[in-house]
Design a binder for this molecule. Structure first.
Ligand SMILES: Nc1nc2c(c(=O)[nH]1)N[C@H]1C(S)=C(S)[C@@H](COP(=O)(O)O)O[C@H]1N2
Ligand SMILES: [Mo]
Length: 375
């Protein structure tokens, strides 16, 4: 599975690992007692936000119609025929490319899962999805354009715009995000026009978006129309003011309030569903992180010991990793269940108590205890 170290994880033989995910006959979902009975994911509506009902996750690739949707301005409808991607700034060969010209370059495909940096417990972490993206290498395009040595920052602008205020000045501004050139030149960064084998739809950024594998959703600029290379930091709202995590951290031995742009995903797992059939109970969940190999995912029931869960072997470096755990001899009554993931660097998913003091809503990666009722 994509070079991941998975020491200690149970292997499964026979049936494809996730063939059990879709409910088999006689299998039922065990109700979480922490989910209100009225809780339901909203329908897809133009301009709206969509989150997944994570209890329904039953496939490695999230169906396009269930993949969460977030944007901060409108959803611009771009005519694919007249579409141009502009590459400007500190490049030797500025370019304006049609979709056909982009698509004539060597195609790359990558599995990438991501979550909104504002994902949260109140919606059971439903701002997540995992898809197979098809497009071209950003690195190859930047090299073709001749990115100059002085070009330290690569800015990605979307076609969507809104009014922004800075002090008392109000201006019309496009959505924008940026990356240091070293990040933009990473081989996994891509410009995608395809999602799960289908042309990108309006909601997910048609005709072209940035896919930054291992980064929070915010970095994956939809409706991409311009890539601009400059010699200094880009200070737009979504880099410098919004999606900025304020957290109390040790900065070289001094405790300070650090303000950091939301970029790479932090190590996180969560249980999303419990099922029951003739063989017993099964707990499942997902892991998202920055692509660092994992060493284990574990599940704990009530005050029991941490038990290893099995990771879907379909997982790849930047995909989400679904996991499952066979819960033997579940006793009737209410139980608290929680998961934690450990990466190959020995980093362990934090408990809520171990999280830094973090008054902003971004980056909710703490262990997430759930409660279920066994009948
Ligand atoms: N152009 C543009 N791209 C954007 C946004 C946006 O508002 N405008 N929102 C970002 C945020 S906050 C998230 S979480 C992801 C969501 O991508 P999705 O809707 O395809 O799931 O898109 C990102 N890309
Ligand atoms: Mo987001």
């Amino acid at each position: 599975m994509g070079g991941m170290a998975l020491g200690g994880l149970a292997a499964t033989a026979g049936m494809p690992f996730w063939s059990k995910l879709a409910l088999a006959q006689g299998e039922e979902i065990v109700p979480f007692t922490d989910v209100p009975e009225t809780f339901a994911a909203p329908p897809v509506v133009p301009g709206g936000i969509l989150f997944q009902d994570t209890r329904n996750i039953d496939s490695f690739y999230t169906p396009v119609g269930e993949f969460y949707i977030v944007q901060h301005y409108d959803q611009p409808e771009i005519d694919a025929e007249s579409y141009r991607l502009q590459i400007s700034g500190l490049v030797n060969r500025p370019m304006e490319l049609t979709l056909a010209e982009l698509q004539s370059r060597p195609k790359v495909e990558i599995d990438a899962g991501f979550e909104c940096g504002g994902n949260r417990a109140a919606i059971f972490h439903g701002l997540i999805g995992n898809a197979r993206w098809g497009g071209i290498s950003l690195r190859e395009l930047l090299l073709e354009a001749g990115i100059q040595d002085a070009g330290l920052e690569v800015v990605f602008y979307g076609a969507d715009a809104g009014t922004e205020s800075i002090r008392d000045q109000r201006v019309e501004q496009n959505f924008g995000r940026s990356m240091h050139r070293d990040d933009a030149l990473l081989p996994e960064m891509m410009l995608a026009w395809e999602m799960n084998g289908e042309p990108l739809n309006l909601y997910h950024g048609a005709p072209l978006r940035l896919i930054a594998p291992g980064w929070y959703g915010i970095s994956n600029v939809k409706w991409l129309t311009q890539i601009h290379v400059q010699d200094r930091r880009y200070m737009g709202r979504f880099m410098a003011r919004d999606y900025v995590t304020l957290a109390r951290r040790d900065i070289g031995g001094v405790e300070r309030w650090e303000e950091r742009s939301v970029t790479r995903m932090r190590l996180k797992s969560s249980i999303v569903r419990v099922t029951h059939n003739a063989d017993g109970h099964e707990i499942m969940g997902f892991v998202l992180n920055d692509g660092t190999p994992l060493s284990s995912v574990e599940v704990r029931i009530d005050d029991g010991a941490w038990q290893p869960a099995a990771i879907d072997p379909e997982s790849t470096q930047y995909s989400w990793k679904l996991f499952r755990y066979a819960w033997q001899d579940a006793q009737p009554g209410e139980h608290t269940i929680v998961s934690r993931v450990t990466d190959a660097n020995g980093q362990v998913q934090a408990t809520a108590d171990q999280m830094p003091e973090k008054p902003t809503r971004w980056e909710n990666y703490a262990q997430f205890p759930r409660t279920v009722m066994i009948g």
